[in-house]
Design a binder for this molecule. Structure first.
Ligand SMILES: [Zn+2]
Ligand SMILES: [Zn+2]
Length: 192
């Protein structure tokens, strides 16, 4: 022990006893507590390494999923936002307030215009009948869309034919963005 430094008693890491350490490295009071402490540390390490390999495994599994999986996940998140955004609106195509299930319908279909599949102007709340049975019911959809967002934006949608392949990173960012937007909307509605 260096001159002038009197070791102060400290609490044992294992038992409630206080002891005076012989040097700054001593953290337990006695050999039996030392063994106990070593055991605890090795268990902790074991658990940590198990958690690490689990995390790595999940990461690998996620990396193996095809891009389509992430496109679909992202669509679900964006569609949730659309339904929340249009909560107080009827079906954009037929104007009904009643349906077995509210859906988010694309004006230009995902098949024909995959680059617009997450475009907010291109997706609106729709009844199940219009979305599914009438394949979006495009003619009244367009008329209502012009009224809702203006002819200019409808034409911009219709003339947007620049293809785009979303990357995994873009999809991750979109999901984060739309989850946050949905949360913000819900908060706003609760406050109102
Ligand atoms: Zn002890
Ligand atoms: Zn409808």
């Amino acid at each position: 022990m260096a001159k002038g430094k009197t070791p102060k008693p400290k609490k044992c890491r294992i038992c409630p006893k206080k002891f005076t350490p012989v040097n700054s490295l001593q953290i337990v009071c006695c050999p039996s507590c030392a063994i106990q402490y070593a055991k605890q540390q090795s268990e902790r390490k074991q658990k940590q390494s198990e958690a690490d390999s689990r995390r790595l495994w999940n990461k690998r599994k996620a990396a193996l999923k095809p891009l389509k999986h992430w496109e679909d996940m992202t669509q679900r998140v964006v569609n949730d936002y659309i339904r929340e955004r249009d909560r107080d609106l009827p079906c954009i195509s037929c104007g009904t307030w009643v349906t077995v299930q509210w859906e988010a319908g694309h004006y230009r279909s995902r098949g024909a215009a995959s680059h617009l599949r997450y475009n907010e102007d291109n997706i609106h709340k729709q009844c199940h009948h219009c979305n599914d049975n009438l394949s979006s019911n495009a003619i009244p959809y367009r008329a209502a869309l012009v009224e809702k967002i203006g002819l200019e934006r409808v034409l911009a949608l219709e003339n947007n034919n620049t293809p785009h392949r979303y990357t995994r990173e873009e999809l991750d960012a979109l999901r984060a963005e739309y989850r946050a937007k949905t949360r913000a909307l819900k908060k706003q509605q609760e406050a109102a």
